[in-house]
Design a protein around this ligand. Structure first.
Ligand code: NAD
Ligand code: ZN
Length: 247
């Protein structure tokens, strides 16, 4: 493991230039420079009305108090509504044009990768801008007003309650999304882990899959994480400063 500081070594640049199959896993840190609070980085959203984020964002809370869960997600959407993608999101959107096989996997639910132009993003934890019916699973886009109104009442098809289309603590990541991500990790040559504390499984297992399959793994994070020792290189810095340095 080498620490690269805030410049990218010639060796890393060469790996980047020669790679054909690349996977990038992002976490809350990639949106930090846009002003979206991370959960564990001391951001204000770690606690909501005295409740820690893993209580309010949980499957148990959904059953106990759906209205309160919606209030928290409405608050988070309100925060994100005014926010723009940053240099890290934009760099990753450019990378998709550069590699033969490029897969962007995110744990974020803010939609900022798509706002920066990334396509086919694998969203492991869903999206804040979608609701889904708790019975028939019909999805609703919360950006359109009509859906916003109907979410307050019930599913237009079956009358059941709607919930945020986000994976909550105590819930499992939708199978299809994780399997596609794991398949990309297993075939990549270069794997980036950007801005994640790597504590939430199964997402945190993707770099392990890549590494076991022989990929070179690069972490981009201002701090060390439980994954740092597994990585071949750790670039300690902010995503928005580091990622644009690669090309
Ligand atoms: P986390 O809050 O646990 O960890 C954030 C990580 O980002 C930390 O390791 C921190 O050192 C690093 N970081 C902080 N600033 C950075 C920067 N400028 N550049 C690069 N790295 C930076 O986040 P997580 O690992 O993604 O896990 C938390 C869970 O909460 C995820 O499931 C995620 O879905 C959710 N979450 C999402 C958002 C969002 O959508 N923007 C925000 C908060 C939490
Ligand atoms: Zn329904």
């Amino acid at each position: 493991m080498t620490n690269q500081g805030l410049s990218i070594s010639a060796a890393l640049r060469k790996r980047f230039a020669e790679a054909r199959r690349v996977v990038v896993l992002t976490g809350a840190g990639v949106s930090a420079e846009s002003g979206v609070p991370t959960f564990r980085g001391g951001g204000q959203s770690a606690v909501w009305k005295g409740m820690p984020f893993d209580k309010i964002s949980s499957a148990a809370m959904l059953e106990r108090n759906l209205a309160e869960v919606w209030e928290w997600f409405d608050y988070r959407r309100g925060v994100i509504e005014k926010i723009e993608p940053n240099a890290a999101h934009r760099a990753l959107a450019r990378w998709q044009e550069r590699f033969e096989d490029f897969t962007l996997v995110t744990q974020n639910v803010d939609g900022l990768h798509q706002a920066a132009g990334s396509r086919d993003v694998i969203e492991l934890h869903g999206n804040l801008w979608r609701a889904r019916c708790m019975s028939c699973r019909r999805k609703y886009d919360l950006r359109d007003r009509e859906s916003e109104a109907s979410r307050t009442y019930a599913c237009a098809d079956c009358g059941s309650y709607l919930r945020p289309d986000v994976v909550l603590f105590g819930e499992i990541v939708p199978g299809g999304a994780f399997e596609r991500a794991a398949a990309a990790a297993a075939r990549c040559e270069l794997c980036f882990v950007v801005g994640t504390s790597a504590l939430v499984y199964p997402a945190a297992g993707l770099p392990e899959v890549a590494k076991a399959a022989g990929a070179y793994v690069i972490e981009v994070n201002p701090e060390r994480t439980p994954l740092s020792d597994l990585c071949d290189a750790c670039v300690q810095g902010k995503a928005g400063e580091v990622l644009p340095l690669f090309c």
